[in-house]
Design a protein around this ligand. Structure first.
Ligand SMILES: C[S@@+](CC[C@H](N)C(=O)[O-])C[C@H]1O[C@@H](n2cnc3c(N)ncnc32)[C@H](O)[C@@H]1O
Ligand SMILES: [Zn+2]
Length: 340
């Protein structure tokens, strides 16, 4: 983190967003009680992702500051409970939290959030089936990990005041916008599918989960489920033109060379996915908070869905990227708003 923290605020007639460069735990502590309608976030996974301190060493340091000797899993769970307690406090009663997790540490994320006093409501799956195996190959056809094919997403809710209808009347939160989030007219499911990267409009690849379900159930089209591919290069980079291009290794492994990118963030979520999630849990006109904002995709989704957004991110470089992307997408949303 730089010595002078960056803050960016934007507002026009129809949209408003803010970004704060800061440590999530400390910045959350400064927000008022019951001030946000939803939290949609992709927090660190506690798996030492790409050797980043924020995904390992820092978490263990914060969690172990009381002097306890904790395993990596225990530390991640305890750290999660700390930010989730703040999340619970700043959420309005009945406000929802959606948090992405890693398959290896998801149980700790869920327990930490539950220990902080939020109610676990569901587990959503984003099945993208286009990950690459990260395992080293050992002699004799052996390996130590499977190929990643999905991401779990926790759905939790802050405690309500009274029954659902009373809470809804008092705060506007407590229920989801299932009607607005319908998929081809159908009730939204907790499973999201993605076409594989090689699919075209005309033809799916043999690995495509949508095609596989299609083949298994010829009587029913899988289009009743929400489809969302991973973010394309074009989508990641849109709005980043003013930023310098840097050489980044977006994926691990020697067969993935470094590439020149302006958006250097390595875990950019697809906008379509985040729009659907934001729409599902945020009341119209409500405030969405992302305490681990990264390159700002939750914010872009909020702006495009006409919700207000506040993002916290500790890396100045990512704040710049999020700011550039949000500026770009807010301009397109504002243009859309004035169109007849
Ligand atoms: C998985 S990424 C989020 C990516 C985001 N969903 C996107 O589409 O760009 C998590 C982010 O949290 C940030 N982060 C990690 N620990 C943090 C902390 N304690 N406070 C604030 N931000 C933190 C990291 O720098 C990283 O950008
Ligand atoms: Zn397909």
């Amino acid at each position: 983190m730089s010595t002078t923290a960056k803050v960016a605020i934007y507002g026009d007639d129809t949209h408003a967003w803010g970004l704060i460069e800061g440590e999530a735990l400390l910045t959350l502590a400064k927000l008022p009680d019951n001030s946000v309608d939803a939290i949609v976030t992709d927090p660190p996974y506690g798996i030492d992702f790409a050797g980043e301190a924020w995904d390992g060493a820092d978490i263990r340091q914060v969690a172990g500051s009381g002097g306890d000797r904790l395993s990596a899993g225990e530390a991640f769970e305890r750290w999660t409970a700390v930010w989730a307690a703040e999340a619970r406090r700043v959420l309005k009663p009945g406000g929802h939290l959606l948090a992405f997790g890693a398959t290896r540490t998801f149980h700790r994320l869920v327990s930490g959030v539950e220990d902080a006093g939020l109610e676990v409501r569901d587990q959503l799956l984003w099945l993208y089936a286009q990950g690459l195996p990260k395992s080293r190959r050992l002699p004799g056809g052996l390996a130590t990990t499977l190929k990643p094919a999905y991401e779990p997403i926790l759905l939790a809710r802050a405690p309500m005041v009274g029954a659902t209808t009373r809470n809804l009347q008092a705060w506007g939160t407590g229920a989801m916008n299932t009607e607005a989030a319908r998929v081809d007219g159908y009730w939204p499911a907790h499973l999201t599918l993605s076409h594989a990267s090689g699919c075209t409009k005309a033809r799916c690849t043999s690995e495509c989960p949508a095609a596989l379900i299609d083949a298994a159930r010829p009587d029913r089209r899988p289009s009743r489920l929400f489809f969302c591919a991973k973010a394309s290069k074009q989508e990641r980079e849109a709005g980043c033109e003013p930023l310098p291009a840097q050489s980044v290794k977006l994926y691990n492994g020697h067969h993935h060379p470094a590439r020149l990118r302006r958006n250097t963030h390595r875990t950019v979520k697809p906008i379509t996915m985040m729009r659907w999630l934001v729409k599902l849990v945020t009341p119209v006109g409500g405030v969405v908070l992302d305490p681990f904002a990264g390159s700002g995709t939750t914010g872009i989704a909020a702006v495009l869905e006409d919700r207000l957004f506040l993002g916290i991110e500790r890396e100045g470089e990512y704040i710049d990227i999020a700011c550039a992307r949000l500026t770009h997408w807010a301009a397109s949303a504002a243009q859309r708003a004035v169109l007849p």
